[in-house]
Design a protein around this ligand. Sequence first.
Ligand code: SF4
Length: 349
Amino acid sequence: MNKPATLPDYTLPEERVPLYETEHLPAADVAALKAEIAELLKARGAVLVAHYYVDGHIQDLAEETGGCVSDSLEMARFGDQHDAETLVVAGVRFMGETAKILAPEKRVLMPAPEAECSLDIGCPPDEFEAFCKEHPDRTVVVYANTSAQVKALSDWVVTSSVALPIVESLDAKGEKILWAPDKHLGHYIQTETGADMLLWSGACVVHEEFKSKALFDLKALYPDAGVLVHPESPAAVIGIADAVGSTSHIIKSAQELPHDTFIVATDRGIFHKLRQRNPDKRFIEAPTAGDGATCRSCAHCPWMAMNELTSLAAMLRDESVMAANEIHVDPEIGRQAMIPLKRMLDFKV
Ligand code: SF4
């Protein structure tokens, strides 16, 4: 019954080495760039909003300059509520678009506006619209990792922080759901809530690669380790977890669970915050290459890694680069997409 979508063969940005830029920069250069960006943010009346998956130095810079580091739900909330006229979003494109939809009067800039997301790419608006028209009896719930056009076609937008309670509340009202685009997160929510959900067949190129067999083997090496998993991972990997949830939930669980060691199945960018908050605990990357598997992303989102200190500084130095990197959303699409986004932000868990 589910949408038998043929997943696109994602073209990963291969020309970029999938490691953070600052791993190859001298510490003095990193410090100088951070100091310059802090000054430029002030001069431009801008605030930096960063995701947990971007380079740790950009995360630190966001916090040191009065911006925020968070999951996509809190990024959206922070950008909406902050009084800065310019938001600089370090993340992937849908995050910049979400910021613009919620605050159309603000200028939204991205150091890497070309940074995509495999979930967004795997859900083209025209195909999705046709799918929705085939199922007019269903409430359309889309994950935030989608384009503005797809959001505009939906009844609800959700992030992994609030997807479960929102679907639970819709199910309690007897609503049948059309879910897109992440099939693993959709399957997880379906299993947890028992809701009637028709799933689009998209996947995150990072989380889909976590392998349960290799994770079992790693767990045998570290029998006392806790396992923290993002629900974009396959069901067999979720089944081994001690805690399943959004990036914020993973960070909270690492602090609250009694384990000294954790195996973590999500993008490795989160290790920066995990280690900052838990200096005495040990964090190990969950394996991505099980039997017969190939590793395309290796627990590292190549699009998130496009957010670099050098490109951030270059953008803020030069008005013409700022203009080129500005995020625009068609006002009518934005108006329609704001309705399901606001529903999510107003939802009381
Ligand atoms: S980690 Fe996955 S879901 Fe997140 S931006 Fe990258 S491809 Fe998209």
